[in-house]
Structure formats: structure tokens, C-alpha cells
Design a protein around this ligand. Structure first.
Ligand SMILES: C[S@@+](CC[C@H](N)C(=O)[O-])C[C@H]1O[C@@H](n2cnc3c(N)ncnc32)[C@H](O)[C@@H]1O
Length: 218
């Protein structure tokens, strides 16, 4: 994921994680790990390397059984919650886990086909007709009900410019997040490209970061 290097590097520099090193960490260092939940986890490609910098993805949610099974194979210690995030039971399971385990980081990588410009020439009307484009609002509901320190959202660039119906108007995702969370969180949305972060791929992505005002994340 394009924004990952930036985000994780800066989490690291917050000194929360600076002493965590695989295989050598002490009990105290282990406890200083940041706990995260991965929504729309797929098989967990976006989770790769997070462990190396002290982020433990303690739970994940994925709709498709096969992807979830593969995720479990790759990350056997993480709790996989299989099912549709819009299903009340599934949502409650994620919520309860986040609160009980005092999870600090939420990673959100919703389906992007609905917003992508690849293959089809979609207009705004078609985008709004696709229910999967509204899954982000379940993640927003989770943010409202929990107390995450850091939230990272990744998607295709168009995700930042499309307008969603919100409070009798049309607003971009960033505008909605600012309206809901700017009292508590710094909010930054950018288009970043994987090629600028040491990845041999020309892959522009929308990266939105929310972080509690007492923290920095540069
Ligand atoms: C863009 S992919 C995420 C890829 C993932 N970040 C990775 O690294 O493999 C979005 C994922 O969301 C899942 N998904 C779609 N609708 C969902 C829903 N209603 N509830 C939970 N997961 C869903 C898809 O099956 C897909 O694996």
C-alpha cells in the first residue's frame, strides 16, 4: 500500500515503537506494540511488514471465506472475523473486539472497483448506485464508536473527489471526515504514489490519515 511507508515510519518515530525489534523484544517492549484492526483485509497484503515496525494486527474482517482463510494462514495469531461488515452481528464482533482490546490503529482498505476508472467510464450517478461504494460508512461508524489513535484509509485516487450524499448535500469523503472528526483528529488526505516510496510500481493511491491531536504523523 502506497502510504504505508510514510505512515509506519512516522508512527515509529513517535517513539512508541522505537525499541521494538523482532526476536529480541522484552516483555515491556512487546507491550509497547500498537494494536491494529484491518477492515476489508483481503488476504492481508496491506498488513505485510507492519509487524516489523511494531504494529500487531490483532483482528481483521473480510467478506470472502477463501480470502479470509488465506489471511488466517498468513497471520495465524490475528483474529479473523469473517462476514459482511454491514451484518449487525459481524459489526458488533469487530466493535466489541476493538473496545475490549483497546485497539489503537484502524486500517481501512475498502473495495475500490466501484470508484476505479479502469475498464469502465463511470459517472457519478453510476458510482452512487453501487452499494459497495458506501461500505466506508460502516468504517466511519466504527470510528465514531471506538477510540482509535490512528486511522489509515487507502483507495484509488478518485475516492477523494467523488461526492457522497451527506446531511442533505453532497460532500467528499474528506469533507465528511472533517465534519465528523476534526475536533478530535488531525485529518489529511493525499494522493501518493508507490513509486516514490521504493516500490517498483507506478501506483497512485488515495491515502487518508486521521490521528489524535496529541500525536504527530508526518
Ligand atoms: C481492496 S480489497 C482489500 C485488499 C486488502 N487490503 C489486501 O491487502 O489484500 C477489499 C476487500 O474488501 C472485501 N469486502 C467487500 N465487501 C465487504 C463487506 N461488505 N464486508 C467485509 N469485507 C468486504 C473484499 O472481499 C476485498 O477482499
Amino acid at each position: 500500500m502506497a502510504g504505508l511507508k510514510i505512515s509506519t515510519t512516522s508512527l515509529y518515530s513517535n517513539n512508541l515503537l522505537s525499541k521494538v525489534k523482532d526476536n529480541t523484544h522484552t516483555q515491556r517492549e512487546r507491550e509497547s506494540k500498537i494494536k491494529g484492526i484491518s477492515l476489508f483485509s483481503g488476504v492481508g497484503v496491506s498488513n505485510a511488514y507492519l509487524k516489523d515496525i511494531g504494529i500487531e494486527i490483532v483482528a481483521a474482517n473480510e467478506l470472502l471465506e477463501k480470502r479470509a482463510e488465506f489471511y488466517k494462514h498468513l497471520y495465524p495469531k490475528s483474529n479473523m472475523i469473517i462476514g459482511d461488515i454491514r451484518d449487525e452481528k459481524v459489526f458488533k464482533q469487530i466493535l466489541t473486539f476493538a473496545i475490549k482490546e483497546k485497539v489503537q490503529l484502524l486500517l481501512i482498505t475498502p473495495p475500490c472497483q466501484g470508484f476505479s476508472l479502469i475498464g469502465k467510464n463511470k459517472n457519478e450517478e453510476q458510482i452512487l448506485a453501487d452499494e459497495s461504494n458506501f461500505l466506508i460508512f460502516k468504517a466511519i461508524e466504527l470510528i465514531e464508536k471506538c477510540d482509535f489513535d490512528y486511522i489509515l484509509i487507502e483507495n484509488v485516487p478518485r475516492f477523494l473527489t467523488v461526492s457522497f450524499p451527506y446531511k442533505s448535500a453532497f460532500k467528499s469523503l474528506t469533507e465528511i471526515l472533517v465534519d465528523k472528526f476534526s475536533n478530535e483528529y488531525h485529518i489529511e488526505g493525499n494522493i501518493l504514489n508507490a513509486r516514490d516510496y521504493g516500490v517498483p510500481q507506478n501506483r497512485p493511491r488515495a491515502i487518508v490519515k486521521l490521528y489524535k491531536k496529541k500525536y504527530s504523523w508526518s
